[in-house]
Design a protein around this ligand. Structure first.
Ligand code: 8YV
Length: 315
């Protein structure tokens, strides 16, 4: 039996590349110089796509693969996969939920602590001799005991909230409806109202058309000059133009971002605005989590080709 042909959208660690290569006939889209010619040549034989959360699979790519049966996403977010086309054509889609929630939540809390206590600036202060020349750093703001708002209390938002209870924080959240597993935390339907009662606003909502720019200028204004925005979800949940303006004129106190429109490129103004911590989309980036994500990508593909139920289906 010939191996199923799989379109690989992005690179994986070697511990995933090797077993994927053994089981499938991989076509590496990300290495192709001429993407259109590559799709025209290989698209007709593709039965599966293995992709990453931020890369997804567009309508054009899916259209170039008439025999496509399944898309396996290395990531919990599948907003970059054209689900409408997949539904129309009966293409199955899988993701990697749960296994990354703890690490993403750890990283969100890490960014909150690092940014409020000036950890990155402190390192530079020691290295560049400022400590010896000028004395101690400017004083920072405390994190424990303050007010946290969580936009999107799904698996990741829940893990963030659980961690913040250890910091004695007052926790509120916003979602489409109150969650039965969040009895200790207050539900605030509206994002702006949530921001108005938060010192730290965590964005952990799955991205969709409905959540696009849910963090807009009024939300940032409500968060205010003492507030901090932390985004570990998708850049599209935040109006970057409004964020840059709010940081530049002091309407918003600070921000910590792991995701950017057009990443890994980013709006160059982010490098110039004050009080921002920039991270290279690494919230799920631990060896443990990435191994578990890779295993799920393969387990879903294997289940599909064996005709057994998908392990973590989206549709
Ligand atoms: C990425 C993510 O998938 O889970 C998601 O949706 O965005 C991340 O975990 C990861 O960087 C691998 O591409």
């Amino acid at each position: 039996m010939p191996k199923p042909v799989v379109l690989q959208m992005g690179a994986y660690p070697s511990w995933d590349e090797t077993p994927l290569n053994e089981a499938y006939d991989l076509r590496r889209y990300f290495e192709a110089a001429d993407k259109a010619a590559f799709l025209a040549e290989h698209g007709p034989s593709i039965r599966a796509i293995a992709t990453r959360g931020e890369l997804g699979a567009s309508r054009e790519i899916i259209a170039a693969c008439p025999q496509l049966e399944v898309i396996s996403v290395y990531g919990v977010g599948y907003d970059a996969v054209d689900l409408g086309t997949c539904r129309e054509r009966g293409i199955r889609v899988t993701n990697t939920p749960d296994v990354l929630s703890g690490d993403v939540a750890d990283f969100a809390v890490t960014m909150m602590l690092a940014q409020s206590r000036g950890v990155v600036a402190g390192d530079a202060w020691v290295r560049d001799g400022s400590w010896a020349a000028q004395g101690g750093m400017p004083l920072q703001r405390r994190a424990f005991g303050r007010r946290a708002g969580i936009l999107g209390l799904g698996r990741i938002g829940f893990e963030i909230a659980r961690r913040l209870t250890g910091f004695g924080m007052q926790i509120a959240y916003s979602d489409v409806a109150p969650k039965d597993y969040a009895a200790d935390w207050s539900f605030v339907k509206d994002a702006e109202a949530l921001a108005a009662q938060s010192d730290f606003l965590f964005v952990a909502a799955a991205a969709s058309q409905e959540t696009r720019h849910i963090v807009d200028a009024p939300v940032l204004k409500a968060l205010g000059p003492d507030g901090m925005l932390i985004n570990v979800s998708r850049a599209s949940n935040v109006d970057e133009e409004a964020l840059i303006a709010a940081l530049a004129d002091g309407t918003l106190g600070a921000a910590a971002l792991d995701v950017f429109e057009g990443e890994p490129a980013l709006d160059p103004r982010f490098r110039e605005v004050p009080n921002i911590l920039l991270q290279p989309h690494q919230a799920s980036g631990t060896v443990e989590t990435r191994k578990a994500m890779g295993e799920l990508v393969r387990a879903n593909l294997a289940a599909h080709f064996a005709g057994t139920p998908l392990v973590t289906p989206v549709i």
